[in-house]
Design a protein around this ligand. Sequence first.
Ligand code: IYR
Length: 229
Amino acid sequence: MSAHPTPNYRPIPLPDYRELPLEEMRARAQAFYDEIRTRHTVRDFSTRPVPRDIVETCIRAAGTAPNGANHQPWHFAVIGDPAVKKRIREAAEVEEKAFYEGRAGEEWLQALAPLGTDASKPFLEEAPWLICIFGERRSRSADGVKRKNYYVPESVSIATGFLIAALHRAGLATLTHTPNPMRFLNELCGRDPHDKPYILMVVGYPKEGATIPEHAMEKKPLEDIATFL
Ligand code: IYR
């Protein structure tokens, strides 16, 4: 008999899976939809503190996302220090000012008009936590060897979705903020220049009287987002 062609491959029985009766599947699918549809992107954050352990658990959930070759090519830089938040706000507002004053271009600015956003980003200081989500083009395996990563944007995006769902489930509000460009975050978060910041996730309680744009309530119906073949 020849040697196993992939000696590192060790299958184990599928853990944790439990088949559900169809009616329970249906009820759970509906319950998840009913819960996730109550998530709204928030831009008005309270300064009320949020315990760190809750954020840690949500990041653990994000870290279970499917990803390229299970290299888990992400890093979550969690900023709670007011001094660092202030520096992030200042750097972001410099970029955002240039963006809103012309760099975005007319078409992009028109697309953003229904959101009512502008260059002022007080939430970067007011919210208790900022989570900067980096993709790592290269990272170390468990035995410390540097290796290339795969499907980094896809992996980071899926983990970000998990993180948003986890934070929402925990009762927290989020904003997927994308200062443009956001390279300044590498230095402020002490990350390798090769890592790519994808999203600056703002996390906290909504401010009392927080509003959202009416435009954000328009969701495409199923027929417009899915085809069954
Ligand atoms: N980064 C800017 C602009 C912006 C861009 C898109 I596309 C949005 O959906 C929302 C905002 C800002 O944060 O204001």
